[in-house]
Structure formats: structure tokens, C-alpha cells
Design a protein around this ligand. Structure first.
Ligand code: SF4
Length: 503
């Protein structure tokens, strides 16, 4: 290790809920409830045995689960009778525990860079309609820094189509100094919104043997431990243990294990107690798990047929070989609306989440890309990107057209925008009904127009010039209008296959 990781400390004791459960002795039981739920979701055979009324105590021992499933029946059996008994108290405590963790992710934070805040708000509004309910699962984090090129793991379902591993950012004083500068500048831009940032994207963080050193620098410069999602938690267990000890409860879920097989799950559980992994989020990705994969990236491209299983509840992918794999309609896993920086290739991209499609298979759009070589160069490029955000935020010179992913239906006093997500947005108001209806007609007939053209019809539309300006500004910020093009990029060949275009 080049830099000792001594600055990190487990922050578990600061967590209010845990302090309480630790004092009352509930910590142990909750940890085993959580582990049981994870096993239930991961192991298809165990799940089927339990639901058929068969004994699973031997299997639970293999997973080091020390709780009787019957004591928490309402958590896994939708047909369990409602009871006021002890099992219901434990279930309530577990649900409270889950809610208290999720609550932390909802804390509203604002970046220092005001043009970014305005731009981000518009992207979030767009995603609210474009992605529907799934948007609530997306962090819209401001920053992801990739330390490698590509990924060694090669998951068949990779939602961002990680490329084959090409190498890691070299670790020398010059590179570490550049990374420190990048972290510092990003902190000046994004402030405490960096709590949801990460040092990976279409990469596996632990592919870099010195990941922890970069994470330590990031922490020193920003005050935040980067979020970690790793698919290799079972490979180097001492490394995984160090990640657990560095866990930041304040920014849950800051440590996720993406577990690819039952074998890996058992290895992790045999090494780490249920208490130790209470604050790690476990994502079961193995065959037979209840978690359904996002319809994005490699899963989107895969040549498989969709069909429903016998229960009619779960959608599977059917491969040519007849093997079943599950898939969901979740339209993206991309969770960054901000900067994606690749330290290996020295690229900076402005990206935002979107619905995965043929044109945008990885569920995010790259709006602008550039390269940098030195710290000074990085500053210049960042200033340029902030300037571009200001341009996109200004709707005064825009040619208005509805974002083509949406559909518009005029109404008497306005219009309704609908999305492939099934979400609808109603914009109707009798007081300015003529103006809103005209907008609906223009959008639905795909007729481009400018603010000036609309202002010329203010008398006919029975509104003031100010009302037109305000309505256009409001509609633009809803994210339903196609934005200014940012097609000017100096893109390196390695990433030229990613879409660069409008939001
Ligand atoms: S899902 Fe993660 S670990 Fe798997 S291939 Fe993609 S980037 Fe790599």
C-alpha cells in the first residue's frame, strides 16, 4: 500500500437506530433476519422448499442463519395471517431498520456549482417521467471516476456493457497527485452531494490493486468515502473485510456485494458473520434469485425471448440453450447525472440517466466528452463544461420541440405528456388554457417553434408576454423539451461507440 488507510474508521456507532438496537440487544436478531431475507431471495431451491412447507433448517445452517423463518413469516409469506404476536414485533423492527437506512439516502443536498444544480433538477424531472417509478431508485450521483479501462468480471447481464479489461491507471506520484487534484476540484463543484459518488462505473473497483489508496485520497480531499459495489467480494476476503470496516453508515448503501453464485454467497457468509454484514447491501445476481435484471446493457442486446413463468409474476429471458434467466422492465441501472471521469484514458464525460433503448443501450446518455492531460488542463475542461451547463440552462434561444421519447395529447386547457414508462404528466390550467392548448398542439404535431414566435401570438392566446416567458421556462425545466445540442466533443476512439447527443 502506498498510502496507509489509517484515516478510515467504522462509523457504525454514530448511527442512531443501531445505537438503540445495540443497547437493547436487538442487533443480533436483526442481523439474522436480514441474512435470512437475503438467502430467501438468493436460493431458489431453499425458497421453494420453505414455501412448500418443508424443513430448511439444514440449509440455513450452511448459510450461518440463526433465526427460525416461522418467527418472521410475514416478511416472506404474502399469505401469512396478520398477528400481534412476537413475530410481528420483530418484523416491524426489521422494516424500521430498513426504512431508517433508506431515509439517509433521501436527505436533500445541493452542489456548490449552481448551473449544475439547475441542469440536474431538469434531468431528474425528465427521468421522473421517462423512467417512472424506477427513478426513485436512481441516486443521480454527480460523479463517477473509473480507475481502470474495462472490467475483468464480464457479467452476462452488465447493464452498462462494461468493455473487456484493458488495464489500470498506473500508480505513481504524478498520477496520484493528478487524482488528488481531480478530487479537490470535484469537491469544489459538488460539495456534499459527493456522498453518493463512486470510483467505478463500467468497471469493477477492486480490479485496481490500489483502489484503497485512491479511495483514501478521495476521502482526504472531499470528506466522503466513495460508494463501493463489488462483484468480487468473495475473492480476497481480507480486502473485503477492510471495506466492511470502512463502511460509512451515513451514506448507506455505501457497500454493496453483487453476488454471482450460491457458492460465492456461502463463502462470504462463512467468512463474515451476519452482524458484520448488517450494513452491507447484498445484491443476489445468481440464477434463480428473485432480483430481476435491468433491461439495459448486455441484457438488452442479448438474443433471447421474453416469456412469463408459470406463476405469471416473473419475467424470464429464455436463451437459445433453453436456460432461463430473469429480466425486469427496469429501464436502466445508470445512476450518474454529472461527470464520468476515466483516469486511465484521461477523459471527462457529461452523462445523464435515460431509458435504455437501441439508440442508447446502456441506459445513459453522454452529452459531451473531452480529454485532459494535466491538472491545469483538467481545470480548463471543467470550466468549459460548467459553461456548457449554463448554455443548456438558458431556454431563451431554444427551438422548442418535445423530447421524442414522449407523446403529447392536447386537451381543452392544456396537454398531457405520456412516456413509455406509463407515467403521465398533465399540464392544464383554464386561466392560461389557450396558451397551454396551443403548446399541446405544437408538440403533438411535432412543429418546431421559438419563444419569439409564440410571443407574437400573445393577444390571440389571451396571455401577457411575461406569462409566455414564465410558462416556457417552467415547461423547459420539467425536462420534457429536447435540449440544446452539445455535440462538440474531442472523443477518443475507445469511447466513440457511446451515444453523444441530446437529452
Ligand atoms: S456488472 Fe459490474 S462487475 Fe459485472 S461486468 Fe458490469 S461492471 Fe463488471
Amino acid at each position: 500500500m502506498i498510502i496507509q488507510n489509517g484515516k478510515f474508521e467504522p462509523k457504525i456507532a454514530k448511527h442512531k437506530f443501531l445505537t438503540r438496537v445495540t443497547q437493547t440487544g436487538e442487533y443480533y436478531r436483526l442481523a439474522h433476519v436480514k441474512r435470512f431475507i437475503e438467502v430467501f431471495n438468493a436460493d431458489e431451491k431453499l425458497r421453494e422448499r420453505l414455501l412448500s412447507g418443508l424443513d430448511i433448517s439444514c440449509q440455513l445452517l450452511e448459510y450461518q442463519v440463526k433465526i427460525d423463518p416461522q418467527d418472521i413469516r410475514p416478511l416472506w409469506d404474502p399469505n401469512a395471517p396478520v398477528s400481534k404476536g412476537a413475530e410481528n414485533v420483530l418484523c416491524q423492527q426489521y422494516l424500521e431498520f430498513e426504512a431508517s437506512l433508506l431515509q439517509q439516502t433521501k436527505t436533500k443536498k445541493t452542489a456548490f456549482c449552481e448551473p449544475y444544480n439547475v441542469w440536474l433538477q431538469r434531468q431528474k424531472s425528465r427521468c421522473e417521467i421517462e423512467l417512472g417509478d424506477h427513478n426513485s431508485m436512481i441516486a443521480h450521483a454527480p460523479l463517477a471516476i473509473e480507475l481502470s479501462s474495462g472490467c475483468t468480471v464480464g457479467c452476462w447481464f452488465c447493464g452498462v456493457t462494461a468493455k473487456k479489461f484493458q488495464g489500470n491507471t498506473p500508480v505513481d506520484p504524478q498520477q496520484l497527485s493528478l487524482f488528488r487534484h481531480v478530487s479537490k476540484v470535484c469537491h469544489q463543484l459538488f460539495g456534499n452531494t459527493l456522498s453518493s459518488s463512486c470510483l467505478y462505473y463500467a468497471t469493477e473497483p477492486l480490479d485496481h490493486p490500489f483502489y484503497e489508496d485512491f479511495a483514501a485520497i478521495f476521502y482526504e480531499e472531499t470528506g466522503f468515502q466513495p460508494q463501493v459495489t463489488t462483484a468480487v467480494a468473495d475473492i480476497d476476503l481480507s480486502r473485503t473485510e477492510a471495506l466492511i470496516m470502512n463502511l460509512s453508515i451515513e451514506s448507506f448503501p455505501s457497500l454493496r456485494f453483487s453476488v454471482l453464485s450460491i457458492r460465492s454467497l456461502k463463502k462470504i457468509y462463512q467468512h463474515f458473520s451476519a452482524e458484520k454484514t448488517l450494513f452491507c447491501q447484498l445484491v443476489p445476481q445468481m440464477k434463480g434469485a428473485t432480483l430481476v435484471k435491468a433491461n439495459a446493457g448486455k441484457a438488452l442486446d442479448a438474443d433471447r425471448k421474453l416469456h412469463k413463468d408459470n406463476s405469471g409474476k416473473v419475467i424470464y429471458l429464455q436463451s437459445e440453450s433453453g436456460q432461463k434467466r430473469r429480466i425486469t422492465a427496469a429501464p436502466t441501472i445508470a445512476c450518474i447525472s454529472g461527470l464520468k471521469i476515466n483516469l486511465f484514458h484521461k477523459t471527462i464525460s457529461l452523462v445523464t440517466s435515460c431509458r435504455a433503448s437501441k439508440n442508447c443501450p446502456n441506459g445513459y446518455k453522454t452529452l459531451y466528452e473531452t480529454q485532459f492531460n494535466t491538472a491545469d488542463d483538467f481545470d480548463v475542461k471543467i470550466n468549459h463544461i460548467v459553461g456548457l451547463l449554463k448554455i443548456t440552462n438558458d431556454n431563451s434561444s431554444l427551438v422548442y420541440r418535445l423530447n421524442p421519447i414522449f407523446h403529447c395529447s392536447p386537451r381543452e386547457h392544456g396537454f398531457i405528456v405520456s412516456s413509455p414508462s406509463g407515467k403521465q404528466l398533465s399540464i392544464q390550467n383554464p386561466k392560461i388554457g389557450k396558451l397551454l392548448r396551443r403548446l399541446g398542439e405544437l408538440f403533438s404535431s411535432k412543429t418546431d417553434f421559438t419563444s419569439l414566435q409564440l410571443h407574437q401570438h400573445s393577444v390571440e392566446l389571451k396571455v401577457t408576454q411575461t406569462q409566455i416567458t414564465e410558462v416556457l421556462k417552467y415547461i423547459y425545466q420539467l425536462g420534457i423539451i429536447q435540449e440544446h445540442s452539445l455535440h462538440f466533443s474531442d472523443i477518443t476512439p475507445y469511447c466513440s461507440d457511446q451515444q453523444v447527443g441530446n437529452t
